[in-house]
Write a protein that binds this ligand. Structure first.
Ligand code: TYM
Length: 325
């Protein structure tokens, strides 16, 4: 099956991105035809620092590789290098009702945060995402909970295009993990962990052992003292149990048994140790790749040339279907 997914090179890539999205990519990559993109055109729809963008793009690519994405099996590339993404996005603009874009939850949330600077790109963001997905005739799009609505819109845009201009696109489907598709903030466990909130709300993949201990130690827990999964009544502990379960591949039930009778402090200490063990390779690999930046450049250039071939085939079909060729 053809798989496509991507992460924006903005803010700090965190545990939520890793556990809900990158980790499932690793299983998918063994049996499927996968494309993993660094979606830089999406990252510039909110205020950003141009001089940091190239560094952030490489950082995201480093995370993909450190996590275990194999560039000999999967295509890894930067969105803005393959120009067909913007060409298709423009064409899809012409068949997407503005109302569909205005009702997107993420648009409403992001535009409320930056009332003075809502650009057309922020509204049209899901169309660019649809172009990313449809260009590669994608069947499965592994994402976190917050992107499900955008993938559903991409499917609707594909369906509409096919009905109007003839069968052109594969209809994509979102794939979301059952538990952990929305990892919550460490300090406000009723809000999702986010790249753009304060550092203490999340674990960054390059956090040092000291930062991990401090953040987990001061993460919000709930009243009571039992280590029990109950998101409605114990959102803090339930979030930490979810993180522990995904990192250790143990079920939440097993963890509840393992920590029965122990207090929050003992549980947090074990979780910190596990996080330090799992995240140390990210920091090590980052410094290794930073010392040899040509490795990432080469992988991204190779990935872009592979992606471009597929994108060009789709664009040829699209132009013919729309009477542009
Ligand atoms: P982005 O960069 O915001 O997030 C990358 C992925 O991480 C997921 N995610 C989370 N999952 C669980 N818990 C959290 N707290 C959490 N926060 C973020 C997101 O759902 C996402 O899957 N628009 C996309 C990027 C994109 C894309 C695409 C994805 C552009 N084109 C095509 C798939 C296919 C985004 O902003 O992701």
């Amino acid at each position: 099956m053809r798989i496509f997914s991507g992460i924006q090179p903005s803010g700090e890539i965190h545990l939520g991105n890793y556990l809900a999205v990158i980790k499932p990519w690793l299983d998918l990559q063994t049996k499927n035809d996968c494309i993993f993109c660094v979606v830089d055109w999406h990252a510039i729809t909110v205020p950003y620092e141009p001089k940091n963008l190239q560094r952030k793009i490489k950082e995201v690519a480093t995370i993909y590789l450190t996590a275990g994405i194999n560039p000999e099996k999967s295509i890894v590339f930067t969105q803005s290098v393959v120009k067909e993404h913007t060409e298709l996005a423009w064409l899809l603009n012409t068949i997407t009702p503005i109302g569909d874009l205005q009702r997107m939850t993420q648009f409403k949330e992001k535009s409320a945060k930056q009332i003075k600077n809502v650009c057309a790109g922020l509204l049209n963001y899901p169309i660019l995402m649809a172009a990313d997905i449809l260009l590669y005739q994608t069947e499965i799009v592994p994402v976190g909970q917050d992107q499900k609505q955008h993938v559903e819109l991409a499917r609707e845009i594909a369906r509409r295009f096919n009905a109007k201009f003839g069968e052109t696109f594969t209809l994509p489907q979102a794939q979301i993990i059952k538990i952990g598709a929305k990892i919550m903030s460490l300090t406000e466990p009723n809000k999702k962990m986010s790249k753009s909130d304060k550092p203490e709300t999340r674990i960054g993949l390059f956090d040092t052992p000291e930062q991990i201990k401090k953040k987990i130690g001061s993460s919000t827990t709930d009243s009571g003292k039992e280590i029990k999964y109950n998101p409605a009544e114990k959102p803090g502990v339930s979030n930490l149990l979810t993180i522990y379960s995904l990192l250790s591949d143990k079920t939440i039930k097993d963890l509840e048994n393992e920590f029965a009778g122990q207090n929050y402090q003992a549980f947090k200490q074990k979780l910190s140790e596990l996080l330090i063990e799992k995240l140390t390779p990210f920091r090590d690999k980052k410094s290794e790749l930073e010392n040899n930046p040509a490795i990432i450049d080469k992988i991204l250039a190779h990935g872009a040339s592979q992606a471009e071939k597929i994108a060009q085939q789709t664009m040829k079909k699209v132009r013919v279907a729309m009477g542009l060729l």
